[in-house]
Design a protein around this ligand. Structure first.
Ligand code: UDP
Length: 238
């Protein structure tokens, strides 16, 4: 059987919460290391990888707004949180010997490169992992939308959304044992059934640009590599 992947370049979206591990806040470096190992496995298949990491483990704009802050101001704080996560992931990847570049939508030259589309593509062609920080650089957006946007800009073959479970279910499988996992869904299914795996803006952008979304369990070691080979459990949204 031919196990070679059907993908040349993919985007992996990891939520900030995924990096918390069993903590209530912040980062678990062990989780960062484990995800980095999975990224390494995928690179070894010959697939180019870029990443968008959320910031929800540190700060969410909507929570700041609920606590009385100006929403746009709070969203900028959320974007800064994604930069911290990106630097942590860069460190984890580099410890495994993987050349990595962070590019931020909000320029921060002392820490990382500014976002330059053609340069990011060039990095990946040279085998470097590119982490896109700072979301889209605009308040009122999410890192899901940033992941869809950058994936389209990078001409990725798929957007991999790493979640807590191995796909999209009819109900929360951790609460409802009768919940069923979908093998495939359409973008419109996701929007119409309000399946909250990604926000509507991200799904619409993927739909308009025919970018497949693959939902899989980020906490399952080796799952990212398996998905690239078409093995294991996941849900494809096309
Ligand atoms: N954010 C933003 N614009 C963007 C991306 C993110 O304003 O393009 C802010 C927003 O406040 C958000 C926070 O950054 O709550 C963290 O991102 P997100 O909630 O998407 O992280 P995740 O849920 O993936 O951890």
């Amino acid at each position: 059987m031919d196990n070679s992947p059907n993908y040349q370049r993919v985007m992996l979206k990891v939520s900030g919460e995924a990096l918390m591990g069993s903590r209530d806040y912040g980062l678990d470096t062990g989780v960062c290391r484990r995800i980095a190992e999975d990224v390494k496995g995928v690179l070894e298949l010959g697939v180019q990888v870029c990443l968008v990491i959320g910031g929800g483990n540190i700060f969410r704009g909507i929570a700041g707004a609920a606590a009385g802050m100006d929403r746009a101001q709070a969203d900028y704080m959320g974007m800064l949180a994604t930069v911290m996560n990106a630097l942590a992931m860069q460190s984890a990847l580099e410890k495994l010997g993987l050349p990595t570049r962070v590019q931020s939508a909000i320029p921060m030259q002392s820490l990382c490169e500014p976002y330059i589309r053609r340069r990011a593509i060039r990095h990946m062609e040279k085998g470097r992992v590119v982490i896109f920080a700072g979301g889209t650089g605009n308040p009122f957006f999410t890192t899901d939308t940033a992941a869809a946007l950058r994936a389209v800009e990078m001409e990725c073959d798929a957007l991999l959304k790493g979640t807590q479970v191995d796909g999209v279910y009819s109900a929360d499988p951790r609460k409802n044992p009768k919940a069923e996992r979908y093998e495939t869904l359409t973008y419109l299914d996701m929007l119409a059934r309000d399946l909250l795996v990604m926000d509507a803006a991200a799904i619409s952008l993927a739909r308009e640009n025919r970018l497949p979304i693959i939902v899989f369990n980020i906490h399952e070691p080796g799952a990212f590599t398996a998905v690239m080979r078409g093995e294991g459990k996941f849900t494809t949204v096309i």
